[in-house]
Ligand binder design. Sequence first.
Ligand SMILES: Cc1cc2nc3c(=O)[nH]c(=O)nc-3n(C[C@H](O)[C@H](O)[C@H](O)COP(=O)(O)O)c2cc1C
Length: 331
Amino acid sequence: MLSLADMGFTPPVALAPMAGITDLPFRSLVSRFGAGLVVSEMVASQEMVQAKPGVREKAELGLGVENTVVQLAGCDTYWIAEAARMVADRGAQVIDINMGCPAKKVTSASGAGASGSALMRTPDHALRLIEAVVGAVSVPVTLKTRLGWDDDCLNASEIARRAEAAGVQMITIHGRTRCQFYKGRADWAAIRAVKAAVRMPVLANGDIIDAPSARRALEQSGADGVMIGRGAQGRPWLLAQVAAALYGTPAPEVPQGAALADLVAGHYEAILGFYGRALGGRVARKHLGWYMDHAGTGADLRRRVLTAGPEEVLHLLPDAMQDCVRERRAA
Ligand SMILES: Cc1cc2nc3c(=O)[nH]c(=O)nc-3n(C[C@H](O)[C@H](O)[C@H](O)COP(=O)(O)O)c2cc1C
C-alpha cells in the first residue's frame, strides 16, 4: 500500500475541503501556486456511486493535478467503500473521510444518514466505515474530524488512535467541536492531545489565515502541518506563501494589477468552462467577490461585476483589480 511518506506530501500545507468552493478550477489554481495537497469538496458516497447529476464533478481530478485528495462523506460501509474504489480508479491519490462537517443535513439521521461530524458520536460505527474504505483501496486514506461533538464529547484523540490502528495515515483536526459550528476561535492547543495519541502526521486546521497564524497553530498544537480553508478564498497563492515562510519553499509571485486581473480572468473562464456559462456564472460570483474584497474594489464597480454577463465581467476585471494596486500603494 502506498504511504503518504512515499508520495512525498510536501510542503505540509493542505487546502481544506470546502463544499461549493474547492472544485477543480480552484484546486488547480492553488496547486499551481504550490500546495502539498488540495482536497476536493466532500462527495456524498451513495450519490457518487449512483451518478447523481453534479456529484461526480466534485471529485473530478483533472490531468496534472497530482496532489488531489478526494473527500468522501457517508454513513454506510457499502456505499463508502464502493465510492472509494470508484474515485481511486479515477485517479484520486488520497481518500479523505469526512467526520467534521457540522451541517444539519449531513449530521441528521433523517437526511442522508448521520454522517460528517455526527460520526464522532458513534465511534464504533465510524471505525467500521474507516475499515471499509481502507480495505477497499490501495491509496492512502486520511481522516478529517473536529475536536468532538460538543464539550462533553471531546473524543478526537480516541478516534485518531483507533483510526491509525485501522490503517488511516494522516488526520486533520479542525480545532472546534461540532456544536461550535464556526463560532468562537479554533483551539489549536487542544489538538496537541491528538498529536500525542498517534504516530501518523496530524494537520492543524481552523482560523489559519497567514504565515504568522500558521506558525502559532503549529507551535500550540505540535502538529506536523496545517490545513487552510477560508483564508485561501480570493488568495489562491496563500498556501504557497505560508509554505515559503514556514518550510522555505520558493515564495510565490503574488500577482498585482494587470497580472492579478489576468489570473482572475483565467479562473473565471475555467469556472465557466467547467460548469457551463449559466451555472458557472453563479458559482464564479463568490470567487469574484472574494478577489474584490482583497482588492478593495469600490462598491459600484463591485456591483457591476457581480451582476454582469461573462463578456462584461472580463471587460471590467482589469479595473476591478486595479483598485488593489491603489490600495497597496496607499498602505
Ligand atoms: C463553505 C465551507 C464549506 C466546507 N465544506 C467542507 C467539506 O466539504 N468537508 C469538510 O471536511 N469540511 C468542510 N468545511 C470545513 C473546512 O474544511 C475547514 O475545516 C473549516 O473551514 C475551518 O478551517 P478554516 O478556518 O481554515 O476555513 C467547509 C467550510 C466552509 C466555510
